[in-house]
Design a protein around this ligand. Structure first.
Ligand SMILES: O=P(O)(O)O[C@H]1O[C@H](CO)[C@@H](O)[C@H]1O
Ligand SMILES: Nc1nc2[nH]cnc2c(=O)[nH]1
Length: 194
């Protein structure tokens, strides 16, 4: 069987995307060595490998979060596993809170850049000895989100999703943000928070 070249990580409520795969093989995260446990509702905790159209594809039903008690180095285990399998294109999705009145529920924000607040405070997944298989120390973050793929997503998104590009700010959780925090994050240039 051809190994997947494209992987999709599903955020809350998006796990059903795995049902689009044909010839699916499903593996519970519990059966994959070193994977942490999924504890969040709406994150099934399964890896589904199959075909999306003609492309061999992997869908991860659920991600791991810092607020579940995982170390940053554990949170990235699925992404690094995909890289070791030969995946070259990774699509990340998540449920996020809007910081802009024009971005309503059900709208799609294509991330063009991010502010990683836990990372800036020393909780980056890259902290620790550098594993050169996954890149150099101090990688450039100028085009962290591939511009060609972003253009494609904006061009192909269904009209009703009112897709636009924007800046995502990552926070630690597990509480939603206070009004003062939302004002602060909006002034910092973010469009969505999660
Ligand atoms: O889509 P997932 O990974 O569940 O993430 C979202 O869910 C959590 C809170 O609703 C935040 O972490 C937010 O980003
Ligand atoms: N942190 C955070 N996560 C979310 N997930 C969905 N909405 C939100 C939000 O407003 N804030």
């Amino acid at each position: 069987r051809e190994p997947p070249r494209v992987a999709l990580v599903c955020g809350s409520g998006l796990g059903a995307l795995a049902e689009e795969l044909t010839e699916p093989i499903t593996i519970d995260y519990r059966d994959i060595p070193h994977f942490p446990r999924s504890t969040v509702q709406g994150h099934a905790g399964r890896l589904v490998v199959g075909r999306l159209g003609s492309a061999p594809c992997a869908v991860l039903q659920g991600r791991f979060h810092l607020y579940e008690g995982n170390a940053p180095s554990q949170v990235v285990i699925p992404v690094r596993t995909m890289a070791l399998l030969g995946v070259h294109t990774l699509v990340l999705t998540n449920a996020a809170g809007s910081l802009r009145p024009e971005l309503g529920p059900g709208h799609l924000l294509v991330i063009r850049d991010h502010i990683d607040l836990p990372g800036l405070a020393g909780r980056s997944p890259l902290v620790g000895p550098n594993d050169e298989r996954f890149g150099t120390r101090f990688p450039s973050m100028t085009d962290a989100y591939d511009p060609a793929l972003r253009r494609l997503a904006l061009a192909l998104a269904p009209k009703e999703l009112r897709a636009r590009s924007g800046v995502y700010v990552g926070v630690g959780g597990p509480s939603y943000e206070t009004p003062a925090e939302c004002r602060y994050l909006r002034r910092a240039g973010a469009h969505a928070v999660g």
